[in-house]
Design a protein around this ligand. Structure first.
Ligand code: DSN
Length: 418
């Protein structure tokens, strides 16, 4: 058998074994990281296709390489599906990551040194919304709004006040760790009042938006950016949606501005994901994600956990562990021993460092993909509580919960065909 035709398991046992181990890890753990999900078999087939073999720099109908007939077809299909799904005037589907999507927007709409106004990372924003350690805080003059005191909600009056002081050229609405509805129309009013552009980064809530389960930013923003692998359940990547008048500038900012060869196999997988997202199943899936998040939130609050904002409207919740004498880092590590995978997260006003944190950020897109519903969320809430309340003193509790996790995973299998 030639090198070209050997299956991976024969061609490279080291890599094949690691992938097999990772498949088993995914199958046997409860994944509650709200920015992760399980892509469908069809999405993964497109991502693993022969489309990985070709350079297609440029855009459909205008490539810098020959032989791009089918690459034009696949990218145009992805663009048309993205525009249809989000009712957008223009879509760019070449972005490799959400940060590169944001970078492209800044490059298209701003000059170095221009002022941007985004949400503080410590309050739920994202690095690429102006953090000093990120290009966005180095090339641009970044200012921030946050959530307010007790309620931990975005105070739109305060956003307006900061915007009036700062006079940003661009306002970024969107978050990585905010459990409530974001009022994009209110952000539009604020942007208009200070003469700023408005960009929504919906990387987290994109699936909810596509399914009509969260207010839609597309009609009220010049530009909307998103990842494609979180609630949207596509391949790892990103996209930009914008008004037609910005289309050319955005496209040029992406290529040749910050990216060269597009990942055409991933663009094909995005096309598949956009089609899946148009289905009634997907709309129901998104509604169930929210119902599950609310059931998990309720279960955790019944177990004496403090949830930032007192609950959730979307796919995630922020658990403030300050009353538990355990850091987010230690809690996440302990939960992982029991087979429950969450990420540590800063909470508003956190006294600990981003490496330690005082919170965790559970979310339900992954468990909902597995078919779990409110009953299972209640069980998961109890398991989390047992591990955090008793697991440090009693290793046996962690072992018992690990067993319960395995049973739940077996009852709700993932990737049975693999
Ligand atoms: N890493 C993503 C998240 O977990 O929210 C944001 O970039």
């Amino acid at each position: 058998m030639s090198m070209m035709t050997r299956p991976l398991a024969q061609a490279d046992t080291e890599v094949a074994d690691i992938i097999a181990n990772e498949l088993k890890r995914q199958q046997t753990t409860l994944m509650l990281i709200p920015s992760e999900n399980y892509a469908s078999r069809a999405v993964m087939a497109a991502a693993g296709s022969v489309l990985t073999n070709k350079y297609a720099e440029g855009y459909p109908g205008h490539r810098y390489y020959n032989g791009c007939k089918y690459y034009d077809e696949i990218e145009q299909l992805a663009i048309d599906r993205a525009k249809g799904l989000f009712r957008a005037e223009h879509a760019n589907v070449q972005l490799h990551t959400g940060t590169q999507a944001n970078m492209s927007v800044y490059f298209a709409m701003l000059q170095p040194g221009d002022r941007i106004l985004g949400m503080k990372v410590e309050h739920g924003g994202h690095l690429s919304h102006g953090k000093k350690v990120n290009f966005s805080g180095q090339i641009y003059e970044a200012h921030f709004y946050g959530v307010s005191g007790e309620s931990a909600l975005i105070d739109y009056d305060e956003v307006l006040q900061v915007a009036k002081e700062v006079r940003p050229k661009l306002i970024v609405a969107g978050a990585s760790a905010y459990p409530r509805i974001i009022d994009f129309r209110r952000f539009r009013d604020i942007a208009d009042e200070v003469g700023a552009y408005l960009m929504a980064d919906i990387a987290h809530i994109v699936g909810l938006v596509a399914a009509g389960s969260h207010p839609d930013p597309v009609p009220v923003c010049e530009v909307v950016t998103s990842t494609t692998h979180k609630t949207l359940r596509g391949p790892r990547g990103a996209l930009i949606l914008c008004k037609e008048e910005w289309g050319e500038k955005i496209d040029r900012a992406v290529f040749p501005g910050i990216q060269a060869g597009p990942l055409m196999h991933i663009i094909a997988a995005k096309a598949v994901a956009f089609k899946e997202a148009q289905s009634l199943f997907f709309r129901e899936y998104q509604r169930q994600i929210i119902r599950n998040a609310q059931a998990l939130a309720k279960s955790l609050m019944e177990e004496d956990f403090n949830l930032v904002t007192g609950g959730t409207d979307n796919h995630l919740m922020l658990v403030d562990l300050s009353n538990k004498e355990i850091s987010g880092k230690d809690a996440a590590n302990l939960l992982e021993e029991a087979g429950i995978v969450v990420n540590k997260n800063l909470v508003p006003g956190d006294q600990r460092s981003p490496d330690e944190t005082s919170g965790i950020r559970p979310g339900t897109p992954g468990l909902t993909t597995r078919g779990m519903q409110e009953t299972e969320m209640e069980q998961v809430g109890k398991m989390i509580a047992r591990v955090i309340h008793e697991g440090r003193e009693k290793p046996k509790v962690v072992t018992e919960v690990r067993q319960q996790v395995l049973e739940l995973c077996e009852a709700f299998p993932i990737y049975e065909h693999l």
